[in-house]
Design a protein around this ligand. Structure first.
Ligand code: FAD
Length: 403
């Protein structure tokens, strides 16, 4: 590195960054950039942080990235979530088909953690000063020129910044404004999910249970502190949404009507208004994520089917890499180019695998296909697993450089 570049790197390549979205990606990115002395402000459309979402699986690649951004956070998450030791495959009669010991910690250096989305959001947000998170700011568009970006909000004053990061999820306004896409792509899978304070007699604390039915399946996760998360998805070529919370609950109970009583019981115990119902969507991969002084991150850049549980994990990878590119590049343009180079190809592969995996869940309902599903979830081909989960293993000890 020559002296001029070293001198340049001693101060940030941008002074002010605005992030749209205080989801997992926006908050993690804010920590990564703030630690470099950049003035980061986060704008979120929600009026308040409220208990939302259900159980998420955090895998070694996501944990490595998040830990590198916020040292010590993995220990916090271990105590508020659950370290999975076994995955158990059952049929709808509640017969165990197979139980596998998870080997994430031994093989990839980090465990598989199941956590409640809301607790994860709070754990990340607690690493930031609250005054940089602006709630009740729904972004409705932006304009940029070579000097900066003007961001517009519904009912709030515009904001002027050096760089805008769209971390505004699958229905990203920033992506739509940049690339003109509108509706995401429904992939043929409907989802119902909730988290409740519930002790499930069927499984041990350290187990993740997967129940395979006919074109329908259910996950039951311990997310710590007495909370259980259930997630059910069904193959549905078309989708329609229920009109009320009560209708959502009777619909999912109807879908699971011939399932064992113990699975129905967890749904019956869930207050109707806590059940989220929605379609599973993704979008085609983009060849670029940035234009000028605007870029994308997380679901805004690469929304994916949840089959591999990589939505949040790859988002933490994005946040880490974007931060690194900022600390190693001489100009904003170089940083954004390096960021795209480090991320687009990898996330494109994971997006494609996730869409394929989602449909494989619904293979014909035989024990053999159930075993294939289990196989897909827990023992993807070894080289792919290594490529996926070893990501970031060097981040924590020695920070990786950017191209
Ligand atoms: C409330 C909530 C609950 C979730 N629960 C789960 C779950 O249980 N399981 C699961 O697998 N995934 C869940 N997800 C999705 C998961 O967080 C993402 O797939 C992944 O973590 C990528 O994160 P992200 O930050 O890119 O997007 P997201 O987590 O979706 O965050 C996007 C953020 O941007 C905000 N936003 C959107 N549009 C605007 C706008 N115009 N102006 C300002 N702010 C805006 C949203 O309110 C949200 O806070 C949830 C997302 C949300 C928002």
């Amino acid at each position: 590195m020559n002296i001029n570049l070293t001198q340049k790197l001693s101060k940030p390549i941008v002074n002010k960054v605005a992030i749209i979205g205080a989801g997992l990606g926006g908050l993690a990115t804010a920590i990564a950039l703030k630690s470099q002395g950049i003035d980061v402000q986060v704008y979120e459309k929600a009026q308040e942080f409220r208990p939302a979402g259900t159980g998420l699986g955090l895998a070694p690649n996501g944990l490595n990235s998040l830990e590198a951004i916020a040292p010590g956070i993995v220990e916090t998450l271990k105590s508020s979530g659950c370290e999975v030791h076994h995955t158990v495959l059952k049929n709808i009669r509640n017969e165990t088909i197979r139980a596998n010991q998870t080997k994430y910690l031994e093989e990839y250096g980090q465990p598989l953690l199941t956590v409640w989305w809301y607790r994860l959001q709070q754990a990340i947000a607690s690493r930031l000063p609250s005054e940089i998170i602006h709630l009740n700011h729904r972004c409705i568009g932006f304009e940029q020129d070579e000097n900066g970006v003007e961001i517009h909000f519904d009912g709030q004053k515009p904001v002027y910044t050096d760089l805008l990061i769209g971390a505004d999820g699958v229905n990203s306004v920033i992506r739509e404004t940049l690339f003109g896409e509108s509706e995401p792509n429904y992939i043929g899978s409907m989802c119902w999910r909730a988290v409740i304070k519930y002790h499930h007699e069927l499984f041990n604390e350290y187990e993740l249970v997967f129940v395979k039915g006919n074109k329908q399946f259910m996950y039951i996760l311990n997310v710590g502190d007495g909370y259980t998360s259930w997630i059910s998805r069904k193959l549905s070529p078309d989708y329609s949404l229920s009109h009320s919370a009560d209708e959502v609950k009777s619909r999912i109970l109807q879908e699971l009507a011939d399932w064992d009583e113990s699975f129905l019981a967890v749904v019956q115990a869930t207050p109707a208004e806590q059940i989220w119902e929605g379609p599973i969507c993704d979008r085609p991969p983009l060849t670029h994520w940035s234009q000028g002084r605007v870029t994308l991150l997380g679901d805004a850049a690469h929304p994916m089917a949840p089959a591999m549980g990589q939505g949040a994990n790859t988002t933490f990878e994005d946040a880490y890499e974007l931060g690194e590119c900022f600390s190693h590049s001489a100009t904003l343009q170089d940083a954004l180019t390096s960021y795209e180079q480090s991320r687009i190809e990898r996330t494109k592969i994971i997006q494609a695998r996730s869409a394929l995996g989602e449909m494989r869940y619904y293979d014909v309902n035989t024990v053999t296909s159930s075993e294939q599903t289990q196989q897909q979830q827990t023992t993807l081909p070894d080289d792919f697993n290594k490529w996926l989960y070893n990501y970031g293993s060097s981040f924590i000890s020695s920070k990786k450089g950017c191209s």
